[in-house]
Design a protein around this ligand. Sequence first.
Ligand SMILES: CC(C)(COP(=O)(O)OP(=O)(O)OC[C@H]1O[C@@H](n2cnc3c(N)ncnc32)[C@H](O)[C@@H]1OP(=O)(O)O)[C@@H](O)C(=O)NCCC(=O)NCCS
Length: 166
Amino acid sequence: MGVVIGETAEIGDDCTLYHGVTLGGTSWNKGKRHPTLLPGVVVGAGAKILGPITIGREARVGSNAVVVKDVPEGATAVGIPARILDAESKARDDQAKKMGFSAYAISSDMNDPMVKAVHGLIDHASNMDQKLTEVMAQLEQLGVHLSETQKAKDDFDPDQLNKIVD
Ligand SMILES: CC(C)(COP(=O)(O)OP(=O)(O)OC[C@H]1O[C@@H](n2cnc3c(N)ncnc32)[C@H](O)[C@@H]1OP(=O)(O)O)[C@@H](O)C(=O)NCCC(=O)NCCS
């Protein structure tokens, strides 16, 4: 129901288009101006896929997404404009291990790239904070006198910040 398929769109075998999907163009130029869906693609309700882009085999497009760039094979694209969800979370876990503490309030399947970026920054800040505390403790042991301002704790709470981002 309500599906719009542009003149030069190509749809592979076994694709699923839910209601309200648009495979549209962004120009009136003659020639290829609509998307190509390779076999096995699933497009959620209301999604718009615009331009002569390619949606890779068995990729998934979230409902109401607006996809304006290619989507790799097997990937999932969501949002406006659509972002590719990153299924790998191992790198972050490895980084957390390297830092000597596990990341705060993070589920291992967290895969939104923007959320990951913010969590990464919070973890980095937390790591820096920890190192600075250690350096200051060692300086004091060496007899360096730190001012009250230098010793003062701020309100930085990575746990709380990570919860807000989730
Ligand atoms: C919004 C629109 C007018 C922009 O066209 P444009 O000026 O050529 O822009 P570009 O394709 O160069 O994209 C510019 C940026 O906007 C983003 N963008 C493009 N279309 C977008 C949309 N519909 N919603 C959100 N972001 C969009 C792109 O991702 C790109 O972001 P980036 O610079 O961070 O990579 C066009 O993409 C669009 O949506 N046209 C409507 C098409 C339509 O409804 N067709 C119906 C056919 S049935």
